[in-house]
Ligand binder design. Structure first.
Ligand SMILES: *[C@@H]1O[C@H](CO)[C@@H](O)[C@H](O)[C@H]1NC(C)=O
Length: 130
């Protein structure tokens, strides 16, 4: 194998393994509004998968319930129900439905908020549209 092929393999293989687990929840401000999202440190660039248990999972569950048809207990436990809800959200939004929350899923699913804390005044959009 040529060195260039090995380099290409590394370049394409690394991103999937590099993203570290989200481990906290915080407010992210893509535009004028703050959205409750999974974080690692000061970054939203992180991933979540089945077996994780954290406030970051609570933020994901919150968003699945708010904007992506989820009916989950917001308990921070990424179990089978959270995985199934995430897969449904991925499928509905054209992302690979692997049940793992990462960069592609983050860019495709919807995030939202209740204006003035009012459940009937809910707005959901893709991150890039906020
Ligand atoms: C999150 O889940 C992944 C996949 O199961 C696992 O490899 C990782 O160790 C978990 N992280 C934490 C902090 O539990």
């Amino acid at each position: 194998m040529h060195l260039s092929s090995i380099t290409a393999l590394l370049v394409f293989a690394l991103p999937a393994t590099l993203a570290a687990d989200c481990n906290r929840a915080d407010y992210f401000k893509p535009g004028a509004y703050n959205l409750y999202m999974p974080f690692r440190g000061n970054s939203i660039n992180c991933q979540l998968a089945e077996g994780n248990n954290s406030d970051a999972v609570k933020a994901l569950q919150t968003q699945l319930n708010l904007c992506n048809g989820g009916k989950l207990d917001v308990d921070g436990d990424f179990g089978g129900k959270t995985k199934a809800a995430l897969k449904a959200a991925q499928k509905a939004n054209g992302a690979d439905d692997d049940g793992v929350y990462g960069p592609e899923t983050r860019s495709r699913i919807k995030f939202g908020l209740y204006f003035n804390g009012n459940p009937s005044d809910k707005v959901c959009k893709r991150l890039s549209d906020w």
